[in-house]
Design a protein around this ligand. Structure first.
Ligand SMILES: [Mn+2]
Length: 414
């Protein structure tokens, strides 16, 4: 079982007598007695495979214990079946299972004095919700103060390198999101609303038993210049572009794709000029990705190309600030979390790419209304984002099925 292997691998990176405590989330209230859809904590899921809320796993070289919600007939009738304490050992391969309340009552006795506890405080919402009494709070505080080491850096290093099965899930997530982006290009036309385009993503993801990995951005016209625009409710205007940043989750693994295209299917001259700068920046940045290359190289390359392109068009002076038009980084790690774990720096230096890492590459240009800039460029916001796997020989673009060349987009939309 993959989760067992991961626990063993994690322990092999820690001292002999290490004890690991890892917890998942509680359900989060949306309003009244309605909760948001539950999503397990990524670290907890990675190490246990257990998908219920309110659980804490404790494991060491010789012991694996799960604290979880007990069976409860009334709650199960209303909210769904719980695994429960009795079935947990066989299902989760734990040595022992207890009611989660036992954990909070017995925190002190769980940790042997001479062991090193790896644990991330304050951790997940499960701690807040279950520690509502002062007595519990006090015990958790004392747990934090005992011989604790941060767990996150160790799991992050593991999660940063994806194995064959993880890559397979990420390929499927990229394929499905790419298909939904192509569908959006085909269904776009003036007079529709952003939410009409967004609903195509909802439907295609749900039809494959998948869901959004993050709230999608469907931004027409100048809305594209708002980086985290999620209102997604404006009318699509003839002559405008639309920027869509949307990805889905398969087996917990995210895709994260952005495409920008003309609502009416034809780029105008100004849009074409800006688009081709971003596209060249994106392709050149991807080309630099290979084992041993600096993980900051894609950003350096993208910035250089975007800067030169904007200067050439007279949008930016040669001493201008690039961050006025390109204010975010060119990529982030991708995995169980859309902004996945793993530091970019090692001892203040950018780490090198290694086979099995997955990064996004997503340069953009955003031009707000500005009297010093020709008005034909106002309101243009363009980002192109792909998901790129580092391979032994270089890289593979997981999201390559989502076309991005101007001719390919215009052909698809005609
Ligand atoms: Mn992204």
């Amino acid at each position: 079982m993959i989760h067992q292997k991961r626990r063993q691998e994690l322990l092999s990176r820690l001292p002999e007598d290490a004890v690991v405590i890892v917890s998942t989330n509680s359900e989060q209230k949306r309003n009244s007695d309605v909760s948001y859809p539950f999503r397990p904590d990524s670290n907890f899921w990675y190490l246990t495979g257990f998908e219920e809320p309110d659980a804490i796993a404790v494991f060491s070289k010789n012991n694996y214990t799960m604290y979880l919600r007990p069976k409860d007939q009334t709650k199960e009738i209303w909210n769904g079946v719980r695994l429960g304490v009795d079935l947990a050992p066989k299902t989760l391969l734990v040595d022992k299972a207890f009611d989660i309340d036992v954990f909070f009552e017995n925190i002190d006795s769980l940790i042997k004095k001479d062991s090193i506890v790896y644990f991330d405080a304050p951790g997940n919402s499960v701690w807040k919700d279950n520690s509502s009494t002062n007595a519990h709070n006090h015990k958790i505080d004392s747990l934090y103060e005992s011989v604790l080491q941060p767990l996150n850096p160790h799991i992050s290093e593991m999660r940063l390198i994806k194995d064959k099965n993880e890559i397979q899930s990420m390929q499927e997530a990229a394929d499905l999101a790419a298909k939904a982006h192509l569908n959006a290009m085909k269904s776009s036309r003036p007079g529709l609303y952003e939410h009409n385009i967004a609903s195509g993503f909802d439907s295609m993801f749900r039809n494959e038993n998948s869901e959004h990995a993050y709230p999608p951005i469907v931004a027409s016209g100048e809305n594209a210049c708002v980086l985290h625009y999620t209102e997604n409710n404006k009318e699509l205007k003839d002559g405008d572009l639309i920027l869509i940043d949307a990805g889905c989750e398969i087996n917990g693994y995210a895709s994260d794709i952005t495409r920008t295209f003309p609502i009416n299917g034809k780029f105008n001259v100004a849009q074409r000029e800006i688009y081709n700068i971003v596209l060249e920046a994106q392709k050149s940045a991807i080309a630099s990705i290979k084992p041993g290359a600096s993980s900051n190289r894609p950003h350096e390359i993208a910035c250089e190309i975007i800067k030169n392109g904007l200067i050439k068009l007279g949008i930016m002076g040669s001493h201008g600030e690039l961050t006025k038009f390109y204010m975010h980084n060119t990529g982030h790690w991708l995995g169980l979390d859309v902004h996945d774990v793993g530091s970019k720096l090692i001892d203040d230096n950018f780490r090198e790419f290694k086979s099995g890492m997955v990064t996004t590459v997503e340069p953009g240009i955003y031009i707000r209304k500005d009297d010093k800039i020709e008005s034909k460029y106002w309101g243009i916001g363009i980002r192109i984002e792909d998901d790129v796997l580092v391979t032994e020989s270089g890289n593979h673009i997981l999201s390559e099925k989502a076309v991005k060349d101007i001719d390919a987009i215009e052909n698809l939309m005609s």
